[in-house]
Design a binder for this molecule. Structure first.
Ligand code: DGJ
Length: 754
């Protein structure tokens, strides 16, 4: 049905089709409109199977401050006509300049650059044409709006749906695609981006994050030059290990914390990923984000649905700080399990004992958890294996029974000890892995990823289990289920993953080896989903030999992640700073350890308070003052953790720009803020300027108070215990780093209206 009406003070006509309302032309374009109508009638009668489609259709995906506009153009192709700050007036959609940037470019026709999808039909034809068929826009719960756009090849029975979930209040868009076909034989997919986005700016600035074990999240920023820049992972299980699946794209200028147009993006996928940024001959930028197509040609059976993971992005007109807060707000609601809820403080035994423990030692450590006042004791690696007890990292993975030689009375005894001292009990597992020296390996050599006719290749003396195999999925789920069934009081799990894939070959997949990288992760998610169906809220930490696996594909099943094995507090400032761009503090585990005993316990404690606080240390070695300080710090942390976990984060001074880092968390009511100021390696006599606070209410009065002081010391901060207007704190600021700052010292401040 065609309806004409007054729309945003101008007259326009719409084609009402299925659930979609399609903008046609204003009457000034009536001739073209009539032409289109007759064309539609012709097309419909010539090919009744082809649905009606209309050029000029504008599909608007928008949040409170961002619009993405896709428009149907010639040959019913879909074009991206706008991405940026929200367009306030619907009438402006019709004025958008035409675009030659197809929204999702298939390979094989007239495409000249990197395609979003490449599909080879069963007859060997390597081309795909995607024509608009229809779209739907439906409100979901909590204000989200879901848009689907259906595209179809006119020659082959191949259909695709582009999905866009818009989260208006969080200013975030999640997008992915699914493709299916009804050909007689399988087709082969060799490119399958989750998203393609186009940009037009004079310059493009990419901030990327790279690392290695103990060196996670190092930021690099550079201007993109012509050609393709690729950031990817081919490690199979540990997408974050060398390159991390997150980035900022600054448009025109490199964005600062508070200024600049910037897109922050990440992929919800725990396996190989690829981001490519292609700057073409006209200085236009084409971004592709998705699973890495490397060695992953996917043979798709007739009627099978191939669904990609979601690309998640937010567009900020006010720099990286706002982009991070958007991501954090979204993540707490939707991206991390129970992100709006509380977390447990804990004592972990890994750095205190490594593999060298027994029952009395652990009883004593659990007692220390009680003395400290944390909520939980976490037993790490080394508690399992009977034929081959786990006394080092070269045996026993796969044999998940309690090692009687180390713990004769089982986990039950440790749970009892914990209950007596008033703490909960949690445990470490690494169920995706197997040691060659294990009963599991001997029983199921076919469950292991390894090439049949080549030597095994070890990393940390272990191999990866084949999660593409449903029997292995059952086994891995069974490990978790058995732990909970035999120990109903188990209150926490740390899920580790200490190697990447090499010599990747699945005995289960037989002739479909190129499905392995994708099917492994899909198998892993099946296990996670099953685990969460049965145990929906038990806190679990996502760990991968440090931060090898931190992403929004896995985090909906986990309450927190382990950023790095590197717990040197100076290094942690940078690592935590890096993660803070994309992940909320409620999900970031941060432990106080003895990695660098030269650093004061206060500095280490203040750094760990940036996230979910924990300890991994020999408490028995604390001095009286250190124990007193730590108990008090935990009490303060618990009082303020709601602001740290669920408040808005402002990064006030960057360690990349000077010898200090200052961060501030503000509660939603803007009545309370927590500030951490870390002085790093200062030059002799180096002083810092005042820091202007952010996010406060200018009209309110706030008191500044320094916290976390060692027993017997008092604050020398000039602002301590003084009242200031929010206006003053925002415009003049405070000397957060204090007078006469010295290297590797820190301050924790509370700013409150109370
Ligand atoms: C690597 C983790 O990152 C550590 O915290 C610890 O759990 C070890 N694995 C145990 O093997």
């Amino acid at each position: 049905m065609i309806r004409c009406a007054l729309h945003d003070s101008s007259f326009a006509c719409y084609l009402q089709h299925d659930q979609a309302s399609i903008l046609l032309f204003p009457p000034s374009h009536m001739l073209r409109f009539l032409f289109l109508l007759s064309w539609l009638a012709l097309a419909a009668s010539a090919s009744p199977a082809q649905p009606v489609a209309a050029a000029g259709t504008a599909i608007v995906i928008e949040t409170d401050h961002t619009s993405l506009v896709l428009t149907v153009g010639d040959q019913q192709r879909l074009y991206q006509t706008y991405l940026g700050q929200r367009l306030a007036a619907a009438a402006d959609l019709r004025r958008l300049p035409g675009s030659s940037q197809q929204a999702y470019v298939p390979a094989g026709l007239d495409n000249l650059f990197e395609p979003a999808i490449r599909l080879v039909h069963h007859d060997g034809n390597p081309s795909l044409e995607l024509r608009y068929v229809r779209h739907t826009t439906a409100p979901l719960t909590q204000g989200q709006v879901h848009t689907t756009i259906e595209l179809r090849d006119p020659q082959y029975p191949v259909e695709m749906t582009l999905h866009f979930s818009a989260y208006p209040a969080e200013d975030l868009i999640k997008t992915w695609m699914e493709v299916r076909h009804h050909e007689k034989q399988p087709v082969v997919l060799s490119r399958f981006a989750s998203a393609m986005l186009h940009f037009e700016a004079p310059h493009y600035w990419l901030s990327q994050f790279h690392g290695d074990w103990a060196e996670e999240m190092r930021m690099q920023e550079s201007e993109l030059t012509s050609g393709i820049k690729v950031i990817d992972s081919k490690l199979g299980t540990r997408p974050d290990m060398y390159q991390t699946p997150v980035f900022f794209l600054g448009l025109d200028q490199a964005a600062t914390e508070t200024t600049g147009d910037v897109l922050a993006g990440t992929l919800a996928w725990s396996g190989n990923f690829q981001f490519s940024f292609e700057l073409d001959n006209r200085n236009a930028l084409r971004l592709l984000a998705g699973m890495n197509p490397f060695a992953s040609e996917y043979s798709l059976r007739p009627d099978e649905n191939f669904v990609t993971p979601a690309f998640i992005f937010t567009y900020s007109h006010q720099g990286k700080g706002l982009a991070s807060r958007n991501l954090h707000r979204w993540a707490r609601q939707y991206g991390v399990l129970d992100g709006t809820k509380d977390r447990l403080t804990l004592l972990n035994n890994w750095e205190a004992t490594f593999f060298d423990f027994n029952e009395p030692k652990l009883d004593a450590l659990i007692g220390d958890a009680g003395k400290l006042g944390v909520d939980l004791f976490l037993l790490d690696d080394g508690w399992f294996g009977n034929k081959y007890p786990r006394n080092g990292d070269n045996t026993s993975l796969g044999d998940w029974e309690v090692a009687k030689s180390k713990l004769p009375h089982g986990l039950g005894h440790l749970v009892q000890t914990a209950t007596k001292v008033g703490v909960k009990f949690g445990i470490w597992i690494e169920p995706e892995m197997v040691s060659p020296k294990s009963e599991l390996y001997q029983k199921h050599p076919d469950w292991v990823l390894k090439l049949p006719n080549r030597p095994e290749h070890y990393y940390r003396n272990q191999l990866v289990l084949d999660l593409a195999n449903p029997q292995v999925q059952d086994f891995v789920y069974g490990v978790v289920n058995e732990l909970f069934t035999s120990n109903p009081q188990l209150a926490y799990i740390k899920w580790d993953c200490n190697r990447m894939m090499t010599n990747a070959y699945s005995q289960y997949l037989k002739t479909h080896q190129s499905h392995l990288y994708i099917d492994y992760v899909r198998g892993l998610y099946k296990v996670f989903a099953r685990m969460r169906q049965q145990y929906p809220h038990v806190p679990m930490m996502l760990c991968s030999g440090g931060g090898g696996r931190v992403d929004y594909g896995a985090l909906p099943y986990f309450t927190e992640y382990w950023p790095s094995d590197n717990t040197d507090a100076y290094e942690r400032v940078f690592i935590q700073w890096g993660y803070s761009y994309f992940f909320p503090s409620v999900a970031m585990s941060a432990h106080i350890t003895s990695w660098n005993k030269q650093q004061s316990l206060k500095f280490r404690t203040d750094v760990a308070m940036m996230g979910r606080l924990g300890y991994d240390i020999r408490v028995e070695e604390f001095t009286g003052d250190e124990l007193k300080f730590s108990r008090q710090a935990i009490t303060e942390y618990k009082r303020l953790s709601d602001v740290i976990w669920h408040g808005d984060l402002y990064r006030l001074a960057s360690p990349y720009e000077g010898n200090r880092a200052v961060v501030q968390y503000v509660n939603p009511a803007r009545t309370q803020a927590v500030i951490f100021a870390y002085n790093l390696h200062l030059r002799t006599g180096e002083e810092f300027t005042r820091v202007r606070l952010q996010g406060l209410d200018p009209a309110r009065q706030y008191r500044v108070r320094e916290l976390n002081l060692m027993p017997g010391t008092t604050s020398n901060l000039p602002e301590n215990n003084q009242m200031y207007s929010g206006d003053y704190l925002l415009k003049v600021g405070i000397l957060a780093s204090g007078p006469n700052p010295s290297a590797l010292t820190s301050r924790m401040l509370e700013v409150t209206t109370l």
